[in-house]
Design a protein around this ligand. Structure first.
Ligand SMILES: [Zn+2]
Ligand SMILES: [Zn+2]
Length: 525
């Protein structure tokens, strides 16, 4: 029993050599000759719980992307304008909503809700910084919230945003010029005193509700911060940011920005940055335990089983929020922040990139493992607070407060919403972990991946293959050439060993060639 099983040993060896643990088998067919061969493609997982070697590679790729953009001293060649990740996410939602709406319209169904959803998505798209309209022909939305600044947030100097993306250059007394960049960490506010282990000193007074309400719109709040930062600095500041949990399980965001901002300005921008959540109030619980709203098939709505009335429509509940009402929540960053200047190629720069990408191979909820009872209890109380907090207009939890969720479906149960934000591994944050601005490195992640491939191909002196001359096919379990997973893993290890040897050999050749050249130069001199 002391010996590992052969299967586990293969996995361990594969992992040590960076071979994918779940390779995908493809058949590569030469379009001209019809010849084919087997190719194993890495699974490409980004989480170490699925495939550690692929997750490590994905993390390295992010590190390369971060490194390349941080200290650029020339404007990146503007890519064909690409939406950033937040914008892309909203566009995807918008496209799906439009398809659903048009489908409903063709089937002569009521499209009011989908229209409303589309209006809201358009609002998010504008907020994310996109100009114009995804569908210019559509009529305007009907609900308008005041855009007046909150009285409790200080005014910011507003400069016109110039389109350049490179920070200032400084000249040292010795004439040397340098262009510093920055590493920032923004945190959530305090919800109560916490100890070293991240657990509250007084769990009873720790503000779990506020903690949860700040994390749900965290990506939107970050977006506001960037808009304000650009306005204050007066140029199109670029960023590479990752969202991670602190020990107290509140998120914080590490941001690499190109250029610098003073601590005083930063303090001011943080104080002036907020995100208002205009949702119906949730201070009164109307349905709880066994007393829950019932699905009413003929109307496609939920009703109060005791009085037999339909619950308030989502739209009506939103309309009921008057001009004198407060938002349900105002999310803000904490006053504590960290900021340090970082110079290109410095030790600090490498260290910060390590920080920025450290936890990317883990889900938020698994970055810190609870070891003590206090930590487990803290995690549990946070999960409980998240359980009944509405995560989105469509959240099942609205039923608890007597409101029809947007686009209601049968089977919704308050406290059992399927939204990502409620899941334990997400800690309330359902957005993307890495947020990169459009002109960071001037490249997409696919471009960075291509760079690495090109470097390998050149290093190994491989002939460039024309992708157009091949066709790819998935190999199915019934096929004659199908490799079962265990055999596939052996092949993946063999492939990896082969590459490692070839690379070592290529490196040795390059070193020898350099030594020859140097000794030849030496003899000539
Ligand atoms: Zn893999
Ligand atoms: Zn939900």
């Amino acid at each position: 029993m002391a010996q590992p099983t052969a299967r586990d040993a293969v996995r361990a060896v594969a992992e040590n050599h960076g071979a994918c643990l779940r390779p995908v088998q493809l058949r590569r067919i030469n379009s001209e000759t019809g010849e084919f061969d087997q190719v194993l493609i890495p699974c490409g997982a980004t989480l170490a719980s699925i495939c550690p070697p692929c997750a490590e590679r994905a993390k390295q790729l992010r590190a390369a992307q971060c490194r390349e953009g941080w200290h650029l001293d020339t404007e990146p060649i503007p890519p064909a304008p690409q939406p950033d990740e937040v914008q892309a996410m909203w566009i995807e939602h918008r496209a799906q909503a439009q398809a659903e709406r048009d489908h409903a319209a063709r089937a002569d169904q009521n499209t009011a809700e989908l229209d409303e959803l589309i209006a809201e998505l358009d609002r998010e798209l504008r907020r994310s910084g996109l100009r114009g309209n995804a569908d210019p022909g559509r009529p305007r939305l009907r609900r308008q919230r005041s855009t007046r600044r909150r009285q409790d947030a200080p005014d910011l100097p507003r400069r016109k945003i110039s389109p350049h993306t490179i920070g200032k250059t400084y000249t040292a007394p010795n004439g040397k010029t340098f262009r510093p960049s920055m590493f920032l960490t923004l945190t959530c506010p305090s919800y109560g005193k916490v100890g070293e282990d991240g657990t509250p000193a007084e769990p009873g007074s720790y503000d779990y509700q506020r903690a949860v309400r700040d994390v749900l719109p965290f990506a939107a709040l970050f977006d506001r911060f960037i808009q304000n930062l650009r306005r204050v600095l007066g140029y199109d500041v670029q960023y590479f940011a990752t969202i991670e949990p602190q020990k107290r399980l509140a998120p914080h965001v590490h941001i690499a920005i190109r250029g610098t901002v003073s601590r005083a300005e930063l303090r001011q921008i943080i104080a002036a940055t907020y995100h208002q959540v205009w949702w119906p109030p949730t201070d009164k619980v109307r349905f709880d335990g066994d007393h829950l709203p019932m699905w009413h098939e003929p109307t496609g709505r939920y009703l109060d089983p005791v009085i037999g009335e339909l619950l308030t429509e989502w739209d009506d509940a939103l309309d009921a929020i008057g001009p004198g009402d407060d938002p349900m929540h105002v999310a803000r960053f904490g006053v504590k922040f960290d900021a340090q200047g970082v110079l290109a190629e410095s030790k600090d720069s490498a260290r910060c990139i390590g920080y920025l990408t450290k936890y990317l191979t883990k889900q938020l909820g698994y970055c810190h493992h609870p070891d003590t009872d206090a930590q487990r209890e803290h995690e549990h109380r946070l999960a409980e607070a998240l359980r009944f907090e509405p995560c989105a207009p469509t959240c099942a939890n609205w039923l608890r407060y007597g409101i029809q969720p947007k686009n209601p479906q049968p089977g919704l149960v308050p406290g059992a919403c399927k939204g990502k934000a409620h899941r334990r591994d997400h800690l309330g944050y359902a957005g993307r972990r890495v947020l990169v601005s459009r002109k960071w490195s001037g490249k997409t992640l696919a471009d960075h991946r291509g760079d690495r491939k090109a470097w390998l191909t050149e290093m190994l002196g491989l002939p460039a293959t024309d992708p157009a001359s091949y066709r790819w096919e998935a190999v199915q379990p019934g096929d004659e050439d199908y490799l079962p997973p265990a055999r596939r893993l052996l092949h993946a290890v063999a492939d990896r060993l082969h590459w490692e040897q070839a690379l070592t050999e290529a490196r040795r050749r390059a070193r020898d060639a350099l030594a020859d050249e140097l000794s030849a130069t030496g003899r000539a001199a």
